[in-house]
Write a protein that binds this ligand. Structure first.
Ligand code: TA6
Length: 295
């Protein structure tokens, strides 16, 4: 099957908010999606005849240089607060920078978008490395993301990243994560504790902020009220972060409605903490996820 150029109504650039941000609207027989230029961030994805796959805050703020709450922000080249300088942006700068759409093509009813971010003076001021990042999205009946990081410099560098994915749940009290049983996790709410393990699916009874390490490649979110699952397949992503802010922290987030914590859950494949990646000069590595909603 030959690739074709998307028709104008299948892929069009639109304004995102009223502060100058732009986004790409995808509308094909297989899915509808919205991808912000800032961060090459998938904000919305819905396969035809299925429920929305991602959660996006009703109070998301669309301001240049400010993280957008929802969809799949890419945390890169570090996860969480900067290890040495609290003045640097949490979760790195990739989600705050415009990425260039270098190629868009359709294969049948599947849209392939290729975004690129290259190091420049602004990134080097935050992270003194030369790199090229390519984020490829495959938007069809499911959503696949592939991140390729290339070290274009002259010495090794180490980075961490996560696909900080926000998913909708009917009610967090009736949701669970399966597939991470027995996997060691760091509890971010008790950073002094040693890694722990639980031999049962993860249920939610309060703020949850865990980094699972050396994870299997498949795990899922089960919405018990709907009886539906969102299945996650991750390649070369050794970590998975699971986060729900719960009531008190959500109330402190200006870009999140107070009650929204009940209806969202972050499960974030990546390589963070002990799973951070060292990339030799001239080398590149690829990391990918596949997200499938049952209904
Ligand atoms: O994904 C877990 C986490 O690191 C939490 O600790 C919380 O800070 C969350 O990310 C959201 O971070 P953000 O910078 O997007 O508000």
């Amino acid at each position: 099957m030959d690739a074709s150029r998307p028709e104008p109504d299948e892929l069009k650039e639109v304004a995102l908010g009223s502060s100058g941000l732009r986004a790409w609207q995808v509308n094909t027989a297989s899915c509808r999606a919205l991808v912000s230029r800032q961060g090459a961030q998938v904000l919305e994805f819905q396969a035809s005849g299925k429920r929305p796959l991602l959660w996006l805050s009703e109070q998301a703020q669309y301001q240049p240089g400010k993280a957008i709450r929802g969809g799949i922000p890419l945390c890169f080249p570090w996860f969480g607060p900067h290890p040495d300088d609290a003045g640097k942006p949490a979760h790195g700068f990739a989600r705050l920078r415009d990425w260039e759409l270098v190629q868009a093509e359709k294969l049948g009813e599947v849209m392939h978008l290729h975004f690129q971010l290259q190091s420049d003076a602004q990134t080097r001021a935050l992270w003194p490395q030369d790199f090229r990042a390519l984020l490829t999205m495959t938007l069809g009946r499911a959503l696949a993301l592939q991140l390729q990081v290339e070290n274009t410099g002259h010495h090794d560098f180490r980075f961490s990243f996560a696909f900080h994915s926000y998913f909708p749940v009917s009610d967090i009290h009736e949701a669970r994560v399966e597939g991470l049983e027995g996997t060691p996790f760091l509890d971010q709410l008790h950073p002094d504790r040693a890694p722990a393990r639980e031999d049962y699916p993860l249920h939610f009874h309060g703020e949850t902020d865990r980094i699972y390490l050396h994870t299997p490649s498949r795990y899922c979110i089960l919405d018990e009220r709907l009886g539906q699952a969102i299945r996650i397949t991750a390649q070369d992503c050794r970590s998975a972060v699971v986060w729900n802010p719960w009531e008190a922290k959500a109330a402190r987030l200006a870009d999140m409605r107070d009650e929204a914590w009940r209806h969202m859950l972050c499960v974030e494949p990546g390589n963070v903490a002990d799973d951070a990646v060292t990339l030799p000069a001239g080398a590149s590595k690829v990391f990918s996820i596949l997200l499938e909603g049952e209904a």
